[in-house]
Design a protein around this ligand. Structure first.
Ligand SMILES: *Cc1c(COP(=O)(O)O)cnc(C)c1O
Length: 230
């Protein structure tokens, strides 16, 4: 487990790109990790953990219940999973449909829990099969949050297609930053730009991310698996 190395790297990149120290939050993406690996990270002071698959996450969350960890759902949300997600997670980064927002809001309200923190997932690449909404639809979606008091809109999330060159990655992230700024300019009180993974952390920090979602660089390479099996 490379928690210290990842933290040091984030601090070094904050300095390199004139970002305030501590302005980039680390979300440890623990999909495919064991409870023991999560415990090791928690012992090192890591609090925020991200999971993609509900069944897998629920097993871990129930075993780690007493630890006061903060769980972030970052995978595609299916409507029949919204109740469990609203119950067991503090954050959803991957919100991209009105129907899902309505359901998460209703469940969170019924459970009498504090508002669920959410990010709107944006699809920059325009591939219709991918998760996320088109950049030009984001403003309209954000305006609907007034109807969902049990959801707290915190910002935007992206998972761009993998590119190898830093400059190309920075262009992708710059578009997200501009979109984020345009929402802030429109009056939305946002504090979270969830972008950057092991492969493009530098580009994301250079372009103003506030939260990086790191799996591989922390826990090592995951075994291959079929996606979205929930
Ligand atoms: C798996 C995953 C990550 C982490 O990716 P790594 O390359 O392992 O750092 C980040 N975000 C999402 C949405 C993911 O599914």
């Amino acid at each position: 487990m490379h928690l210290k190395a990842v933290r040091d790297r984030i601090r070094a990149l904050e300095l390199q790109y004139q970002r305030p120290v501590g302005s980039v939050r680390l979300l440890a993406v623990s999909k495919a990790c064991s409870v023991e690996q999560i415990l090791a990270a928690a012992a090192g002071g890591q609090v925020d953990f991200g999971e993609n698959y509900l069944q897998e996450a629920m097993t871990k969350i129930s075993q780690l219940d007493s630890r006061h960890l903060t769980w972030h759902f970052i995978g595609p949300v299916q409507s029949n999973k919204t109740r469990s997600i609203a119950q067991h997670f503090s954050w959803v980064h991957s919100l991209d449909r009105t129907k899902i927002a309505v359901r998460l809001d209703r469940h969170r309200h019924t459970l009498s829990l504090p508002p669920l923190n959410v990010c709107i997932q944006v699809n920059l690449d325009g591939e219709t099969t991918k998760s996320g909404i088109a950049p030009e639809k984001v403003m309209e979606f954000a305006a609907q949050f007034a109807q969902w008091p049990a959801l707290k809109l915190r910002g935007l999330m992206s998972l761009p297609r993998p590119l190898s060159r830093l400059e190309d990655q920075r262009l992708q992230h710059r578009l997200m930053r501009r979109l984020f700024d345009s929402l802030v300019d429109a009056g939305y009180k946002l504090d979270t730009l969830s972008m950057g993974t092991s492969n493009d952390m530098e580009a994301a920090i250079a372009e103003g991310t506030t939260l990086v979602r790191i799996g591989t660089a922390l826990f090592g390479k995951r075994p291959n698996r079929v996606d979205n099996i929930d």
